[in-house]
Design a protein around this ligand. Structure first.
Ligand SMILES: [Zn+2]
Length: 470
């Protein structure tokens, strides 16, 4: 029951947190960690993990049986308890192909009727709400339950097991939370979550000036588990290469954005460890995780994946198409045939040498973004700036244009005339948040646009660097 409450008050807690001295921040991080630990390392979570490990010996037939059962149950529960699906035909799902008779929904469908996707089976006080930004920077408010959080963590622990990492191994994390106030100019750029033996490093303070502090800290924690957004670990790897050092870590986990081959190579060279990537989403309707043999496996108990072409027909192995997910686990906000906006393909060829029959999927890298270089040497990855957009739901798309050495323009495209003044409010809020983050040396302006800036191949980068660096 605690997690929904914490999530609800997160913006206000962040305000207090930013104004607390460093020792108090460590204490607050640990308190937050304690709440999460109760979910992540509960008896139920380990029971789920135990089941999941047993599924690794499933045959293709057993996987298909499980998915069919889970699909039927998901559909039945959704029709019974979720207003949006109330008039879905409870058609007989005789085999997995029957699902294709139901409509495909997308982000716009959900944005147009967000509350109608909430299940009556999960009381409002038990819903955990979170914002997610998709590939275009348009945000969506989603809901999930503590039950989902436990399951989700069990899947993460299963991948840790593939990497021979035990639960609660000491780890260093570089992900989204703002763990250090934006204006901080000296170490520590990290905070401690003692219950989980975790160090959370800020992804908003990376610069040539702070690089020695980051690298020195990592060197003192060599041999531990390192996890983070690929672009952020890539920036750290660049710092290490420039300093001519290697920082051997036990293993690296990446998630949250695509891992480009050259970034992976750089990360593995500097941290001298195998990298395990994963593809998931805050909508919690599907999961793809890399095994110890370097292949990306669909987690068949998490959700059902269809890959379809432009006309909605299933693609052949090796052919790229759109991901359409039906999640089995999110009881608070079930999504049925959700076209998330990402693409990928079924991998051709035989089974994975790791021995698991879980289907192999290759997510496509759809969005290569620039990195924002501030004149004072600070670097912001797309994933770092993406964090600012999570609370705004009125944009179809939002981009950051670094158009002059000391200026960033936020360029947003509204979702439609019906949003009226809300778009302007959202835009002003993001402008103010970004100004706080970048400080006085950068000017931040904001504008509404008719259409996003699209690069060759249809890509819509979050950050566009127009300033030529010396
Ligand atoms: Zn494998």
């Amino acid at each position: 029951m605690l997690e929904p409450l914490v999530r609800q008050h997160l913006p206000r807690l962040q305000y207090l947190y930013d104004r607390a001295p460093a020792p108090a921040r460590h204490l607050l991080t640990s308190a937050r960690g304690w709440v999460l630990t109760r979910l992540r390392y509960s008896r139920e979570t380990f029971a789920i993990l135990n089941d999941l490990r047993g599924h690794e010996s499933w045959t293709a037939g057993q996987i298909a049986d499980h998915q069919l059962r889970a699909l039927r149950q998901t559909l039945r529960q959704a029709v019974d308890s979720v207003p949006f699906y109330g008039n879905y035909p409870l058609a007989k799902i005789r085999d997995l192909k029957d699902l294709s008779r139901l409509p495909v929904i997308d982000r716009e469908t959900i944005l147009d009727s967000q509350d109608r996707f909430l299940s009556r089976n999960v009381r409002a006080s038990r819903r955990i709400r979170a914002g997610t930004t998709g590939t275009t920077g348009a945000s969506l408010r989603v809901a999930y339950s503590e039950n989902l959080a436990r399951h989700n963590w069990a899947f993460l622990l299963r991948q840790w097991a593939w990497a021979t990492v035990e639960p609660r191994q000491p780890r260093i994390t570089l992900q989204g939370p703002r763990v250090v106030p934006a204006n901080r100019g000296e170490p520590p750029y990290w905070t401690y979550n003692v219950p989980e033996r975790q160090v959370l490093m800020s992804i908003f303070h990376l610069s040539e000036r702070t690089a020695p502090s980051y690298l020195d800290f990592l060197c003192r924690h060599r041999g531990e588990v390192l996890e983070g957004f690929p672009s952020v670990l890539g920036i750290l790897a660049d710092f290490a290469i420039e300093a001519g050092i290697r920082v051997p870590m036990r293993v690296v986990f990446t998630s949250g954005e695509p891992l480009y081959p050259r970034v992976r190579a750089k990360i593995e060279a500097v941290f001298q460890a195998h990298t395990f990537d994963s593809y998931g989403m805050t909508e919690y309707c599907g999961l793809i995780q890399e095994c110890e043999r370097g292949q990306m496996h669909l987690a068949p108990e998490y959700g059902f994946l269809e890959i379809v072409d432009e006309r909605g027909n299933p693609t052949k192995p090796g052919e790229e198409g759109h991901f359409v997910w039906t999640g089995f686990l999110n009881d608070a906000m079930p999504l049925i045939r959700y076209r998330i906006g990402d693409r990928g393909r079924w991998q051709e060829g035989g089974p994975c040498p790791c021995g698991r029959a879980f289907p192999l999927v290759v997510p496509t890298i759809t969005r290569e973004s620039d990195i924002l270089h501030c004149p004072d040497g600070r670097l912001f990855s797309a994933r770092a700036l993406n964090q600012l957009l999570k609370q705004s739901t009125t944009f179809r798309c939002c981009q950051f244009i670094h158009d002059r050495p000391n200026r960033v323009a936020i360029r947003a495209v509204a979702r439609g005339a019906s949003q009226n003044g809300h778009t302007a409010d959202d835009l002003m809020q993001i402008r103010s948040d970004l100004q706080d983050l970048l400080g006085k040396s950068m000017q931040v302006i904001a504008e509404l646009a008719i259409a996003p800036i699209v690069r060759r191949g249809g890509k819509i980068p979050l950050i566009i660097e127009e300033v030529v660096r010396p």
